[in-house]
Ligand binder design. Structure first.
Ligand SMILES: [Zn+2]
Length: 440
């Protein structure tokens, strides 16, 4: 055989192989299989939209989407029926402030231990476990706002979940977060040691733009930056703080992020940090303990979301003492003012700031109800409002035709007892059931 005919023969085999592969491509296979049809009988449906629950509803699901919701009626023949007629059915919960790569940091030592003694692969394994915990607690979507030194591992966790390799919520991720040099742990080690930092150190306007481009290049859906630190009370009772970035730097972060079609979350605890973040034009204020009346008005005017993370504040305060306890009380007052002023409050817990195995993220619903929201308002703060914050208002957060079938259920009535939301018995994400412990 000449070299030329040998080559031609090899090419022929290659083409035949390609054709064979193409003829059974997964996409085509998927087209041939009709979408699975499921009907859920819901004893009481809180759809995230209506003010009152719908009794005896039937939710029809085809594949990963909801196709119809009816009050009463019988499921059509040929559908698999899931009987939740003794339960309350709700949209999957959404937590827009998590850290799947962190497992509690009440003290600086807890934090340093994870960054210095745990490898990023080890932390990613725990992150996959944490994602499963979130899903089993009913959280079908989360926004993870920084890996705390684990670089871009949140993108990997998100990808593995999206490909169905591990169970977990839908994710939007912020990757590394940003603070100027010297303004975020790890700090205090000898200058002779090269220790990791919990965030990307970013300085100057050009440095800010470059860091945004880099994080977006590696998969950031959001850019998160630290607006302030060193929180202290003034004699006037206002919580002040030291602002990290110059206005020019913060505006460069926001401008570059928006130019790339992404959004900005800012960590702000003191009033100075909140004011600086609002001046820079961020999309969400994280924590916000030091919100004053004027700053709340500004947030309303600008349509900025507030993610209060009360669970973590109340959790770490006793261990940290001092101002942290006063800050919990201050945030309660700010929350009540914000509620009256109609600030867009979206549920965020800072899970990871507490151990994922110790507290259920749904604790946050309970705080909102105790702080003055009606149970229905609290449920909306953890479903439809964060869905809009994520830009997924057309996909999740309510149970209605066209939305992804992200559905949870609890045994009792959360409108009578909000703590029911901490005892999720049924979880479906995208039409797949991950948990069903509802008594029949
Ligand atoms: Zn956080």
């Amino acid at each position: 055989m000449t070299r030329r005919t040998k080559l031609a023969k090899l090419m022929g085999i290659a083409v035949a192989l390609m054709l064979a592969i193409c003829s059974v491509s997964p996409a085509q296979e998927k087209d041939k299989v009709p979408a699975k049809k499921i009907a859920i009988r819901a004893g009481r449906l809180i759809d995230g939209r209506s003010d009152t629950p719908i009794p005896n509803a039937v939710i029809l699901i085809e594949g990963d989407k909801i196709v119809s919701v009816t009050a009463g009626g019988t499921p059509p023949a040929g559908t698999e029926v899931i009987d939740l007629s003794k339960a309350t059915v709700l949209p999957g919960f959404i937590d827009v402030h998590t850290h799947v790569l962190l497992n509690g940091d009440i003290t600086a030592a807890d934090y340093d231990e994870q960054l210095l003694k745990e490898s990023i692969p080890y932390r990613a394994i725990l992150a996959a476990r944490n994602a499963r915990i979130a899903l089993e607690n009913g959280f079908t979507s989360i926004r993870d706002v920084e890996t705390e030194g684990a670089m871009y591992a949140d993108v990997d966790v998100k990808t593995a979940i999206a490909k169905g390799e591990v169970p977990g919520p839908r994710m939007q991720v912020a990757t590394r977060a940003m603070a100027p040099t010297g303004m975020y742990p790890l700090l205090g080690y000898s200058w002779e040691l090269k220790v990791p930092t919990g965030v990307q150190s970013v300085d100057g306007v050009e440095g800010a733009r470059k860091a945004v481009r880099e994080q977006v290049m590696y998969g950031a859906d959001w850019i998160k930056y630290y607006s302030d630190r060193r929180y202290h009370f003034g004699d006037d009772g206002v919580l002040y703080s030291m602002v990290n970035f110059t206005d020019e730097e913060a505006k460069a972060i926001v401008d570059e992020t928006h130019r790339l079609g992404k959004k900005v979350a800012a960590h702000c605890i003191g009033s100075d940090g909140i004011a600086a973040a609002l001046r820079a034009g961020v999309d969400t204020i994280e924590h916000g303990d030091g919100f004053t009346d004027a700053l709340l008005d500004e947030a309303v005017k600008k349509g900025v979301y507030w993610v209060p993370t009360i669970t973590v504040g109340a959790y770490v305060a006793p261990g940290r003492g001092g101002n942290w306890i006063k800050m919990v009380d201050l945030e309660k007052t700010a929350f009540q003012k914000g509620l009256k002023k109609n600030v867009k409050i979206a549920l965020g817990t800072d899970a990871g700031g507490f151990d994922w195995k110790e507290l259920n993220e749904a604790e946050e619903f309970v705080y909102y109800a105790n702080y003055g929201m009606t149970p229905m308002q609290a449920i909306r703060a953890g479903t439809v409002v964060p869905a809009e914050l994520l830009g997924w208002g057309d996909k999740v957060g309510v149970i209605e035709p066209g939305k992804w079938a992200d559905i949870v259920a609890v045994s009792g009535d959360p409108l009578q007892d909000i703590t029911e939301l901490k005892r999720v018995k049924f979880v479906m994400k995208g039409g797949i059931v991950y948990k069903n412990e509802v008594p029949r």
